[in-house]
Design a protein around this ligand. Structure first.
Ligand SMILES: [Zn+2]
Length: 156
């Protein structure tokens, strides 16, 4: 089974492949056995619908999948702009002067964290109590794994 990918107009095949590559890296990391999610990589990949657009709205996520907006990549944005509550955190916070693809990767990791919290939070022991709040403790725990293991090694 493969991931469902919806590519909106204006998104090139190369851009789609870049987004898919980071989505897979995030899913492969967070479904490692020791994180105790109730799914393996193949199942998570199958559970997620990925929509890629460049309409200038924000990226978003729900229990069914994520939507990635490529506008920041198109204008070569080199900033990771995080939610105020944890913007100053050294691991999951904002960053300036990163490569545009890494800024995109952080956005993807952020949205994948939302997907994981809503989709699997209720059935994951360490997320059960904390997954509900959109940018709360459960979300931050997931995002911290993805930033530390997938995105931040590429920060310069
Ligand atoms: Zn968010």
């Amino acid at each position: 089974m493969v991931m469902r990918v919806i590519k909106k107009s204006g998104v090139s095949a190369t851009e789609r492949d870049t987004v898919v590559r980071w989505v897979k890296r995030c899913l492969r990391e967070i479904t490692l056995k020791h994180y105790e999610l109730p799914v393996d990589y193949a199942t998570a990949r199958n559970d997620l619908t990925l929509t890629i657009k460049q309409a200038g709205h924000r990226s978003s996520a729900c229990a069914k999948g994520i939507t990635v907006d490529l506008s920041p990549l198109k204008r070569n944005s080199t900033e990771i702009l995080e939610y105020p509550a944890f913007a100053k955190d050294p691991v999951i916070g904002s960053q300036v002067s990163v490569k545009a693809e890494i800024a995109l990767a952080a956005t993807i990791a952020h949205e994948i964290s939302h997907f994981i919290q809503y989709r699997y939070g209720p059935d994951t022991r360490w997320l059960k109590q904390t997954f509900r709040k959109p940018h709360g403790e459960g979300f931050q725990d997931i995002y911290r794994i993805l930033r530390a293991r997938v995105v931040n090694p590429h920060l310069v």
